[in-house]
Design a protein around this ligand. Structure first.
Ligand code: AMP
Length: 585
């Protein structure tokens, strides 16, 4: 195990982490106390946007940069907390003028431009329910989500409207308003130039006090399995967004924080909009998509101190080798973290060697609304482990029995990861799917659908989605452990592992790998990779076959879609592919 790194803040000073003593913080923690860190509103009401913006306006934070926007081209644009509050007020006033009522759905289909953030916060201020959609979605996934959620308004850009919505959205019964943000040259019939309309609105708006249990956000899950589900979150969730950002991402106000997740994914909302703002930090928002050189330049030029990214991005940076990283001054970085997929030990080590700091993995889901398990600054990292539960959250590993579930105490045994209910950001339902929601719980426990192991120190180790786990000759094999070993081979950029039916073993392991630049697929390389896997994993667990692919199917949030690899391999129906990166192939 590695000792925690020095905590260098942007000032160059060494400061104590927000959570200096995990055990003590855990023992002393209460959600009530966490709530008291926020302002709240009279009579026990609250509003996410009030905590993100309004409550800072009487403090020096008001003039601090909330968003440092990096347009595709041209210099950065700084937007202060006050300016963002005013812009979101104008948006809330516009919704009011258009007759939207609290509880009405507002969807947003836009790439990362400042008014996406103003629209999200203005929607919450007005008590409407915000749903972000990936701007890269094609018309079909947008349409299916609109049909499920029946929004009253859609916020988008002129370009996206023309390309993806124009042909059908105006006939959709629920949608009464299409609001165009960003530069609008010529608002088509049936749409409103919201950019211009906002300039006529007042910059003052009295944020609506909401009941903590009022709906605030509707997030569609990323669809690594089955059909998309709409997970409902409430205003109370802000308590978890705030405190987990502080504890697990170690966000203090003086940080320059960059969450690379798009707000179309839950991470990009919880930790790409809400948490950094409630914590008073400056967040970098890059309009552009991944580009290794651009990313290193951003880390350097914007003096990013806290960076929250995803394993897929880390693997892409690894593909480019260490030289590119070393050409940049990354000395301001003090905390690196990752979410969304298992973080291979190789990536943790790479961070340490190449960027000077290890990556801290953390785990959560759309349904949990916020980080549940994390490697904290003050704890030694165990590479390959998701870490320990955040203060306020109890996690356990269970086996299913005829009577229900039973806690597993054996650190060697794998079971389903469960979380003790409730916590503030827990989803409150799947839209229109009560039965599906109920099935997620047994007694006090929420069933995550992930398999894990809990070691003697209380660290949790991800094994796989229950659906992805391979059963071979009586062994339960998590794709992640196999993929991690494959990734150790210098040629392997990405690996995805599935089970394929086998008469004798039940299933055998098959691996798909994509190679780093400069490596060519071939018999010899395949043998080398298989040899490494056999040596490290043993013949029962190692893949029998390796197939090379230019790239592996992954979701837009960066998760390898093993379900799809398997369906394609076995000629099964592909199911929902709306979140597939690059669209349907
Ligand atoms: P989503 O709801 O789309 O964010 O997906 C949640 C799922 O992503 C989890 O149930 C896990 O299967 C996976 N996941 C998220 N974070 C991690 C992590 N740190 N390690 C392993 N799997 C993760």
């Amino acid at each position: 195990m590695t000792p925690p790194p020095d905590q260098k803040r942007d000032t160059g000073k060494t400061l104590a982490p927000n959570l200096p003593d995990y055990e003590r913080a855990r023992a002393a923690f209460s959600w009530q106390q966490a709530r008291e860190e926020l302002a709240g509103m009279p009579d026990g009401k609250l509003n996410i946007a009030y905590e993100a913006l309004d409550r800072h306006l009487d403090t020096p934070t008001a003039d601090r940069t909330a968003i440092r926007f990096l347009p595709r081209e041209g210099p950065p644009v700084d937007i202060s907390y006050r300016e963002l509050a005013e812009r979101s007020n104008r948006f809330a006033n516009l919704l009011q003028e258009l007759g939207l009522q609290p509880g009405d759905g507002v969807y947003c289909l836009a790439h990362r431009i400042p008014d996406l953030y103003a629209a999200a916060l203005g929607t919450l201020k007005h008590g409407c329910v915000f749903t972000p959609l990936f701007s890269a979605f094609g018309p079909e996934p947008i349409r299916s989500r609109v049909e499920i959620g029946e929004p009253v308004a859609i916020v988008t850009t002129e370009r996206l409207y023309r390309r993806k919505l124009a042909e059908w959205i105006l006939e959709t019964p629920s949608v009464r308003h299409v609001l165009l943000i960003g530069d609008v040259a010529d608002a088509p019939d049936g749409t409103l130039d919201a950019d211009q309309a906002m300039t006529r609105q007042s910059a003052d708006y009295a944020t609506r006090p909401m009941n903590p249990e009022d709906r605030a956000l509707l997030h569609f899950t990323s669809g690594t399995t089955g059909k998309p589900k709409g997970a409902i979150h409430v205003h109370e969730a802000v308590v978890a967004h705030h405190i987990t950002g502080k504890h697990a991402l170690d966000l203090p106000p003086e940080d320059i924080y960059w969450c690379t997740a798009d707000p179309g994914w839950v991470t990009g909302t919880s930790y790409g909009i809400i948490s950094p703002l409630t914590n008073g930090t400056t967040m970098v928002v890059d309009e552009e998509e991944f580009d290794a050189e651009r990313w290193y330049r951003i880390l350097q030029d914007q003096r990013v101190t806290v960076w929250y990214t995803a394993p897929t991005a880390i693997r892409m940076l690894m593909k480019y080798g260490p030289e590119l990283a070393r050409q940049h001054d990354l000395s301001r970085l003090r905390f690196l973290s990752s979410v969304g997929e298992p973080l291979n030990p190789e990536s943790v080590h790479w961070g340490r060697h190449t960027l000077g700091l290890p990556f801290h993995d953390n785990w959560w889901q759309t349904e949990t609304g916020g980080i549940m398990i994390a490697n904290f600054t003050s704890m030694p990292i165990k590479p390959g482990s998701m870490g320990r539960p955040v203060p306020g959250v109890e996690a356990a590993v269970v086996r299913h029995t005829n009577e229900g579930i039973e806690l597993i105490n054996d650190p060697a045994e794998t079971g389903e990861l469960v979380l003790k209910t409730p916590w503030p950001s827990m989803f409150r339902g799947y839209l229109h799917e009560d039965e599906r929601y109920r099935k997620c719980f047994i007694g006090d426990w929420y069933l995550t659908g992930d398999l894990a192991r809990c070691d003697e120190d209380g660290y949790l180790w991800f094994i796989g989605r229950a659906d992805d786990v391979i059963k071979s000759s009586g062994h339960l094999i998590g794709p992640f452990e196999v993929e991690s070993v494959l990734m150790e081979h210098p040629s392997v950029a990405e690996a995805g592992v599935i089970g394929i039916p086998d008469e004798v073993a039940g299933e055998t392991v098959k691996a798909f790998v994509s190679l780093k630049p400069g490596f060519e697929p071939g018999e010899n390389l395949m043998k080398e990779i298989l040899g490494l896997a056999r040596k490290r994993l043993g013949p029962a667990v190692a893949p029998r076959q390796v197939e090379f692919r230019d790239r592996l199917p992954s979701t837009r949030s960066g998760k390898i879609m093993r379900r799809l690899l398997r369906a394609r391999e076995l000629g099964l129906p592909e199911g929902d592919t709306s979140t597939l990166e690059g669209g349907k192939e």
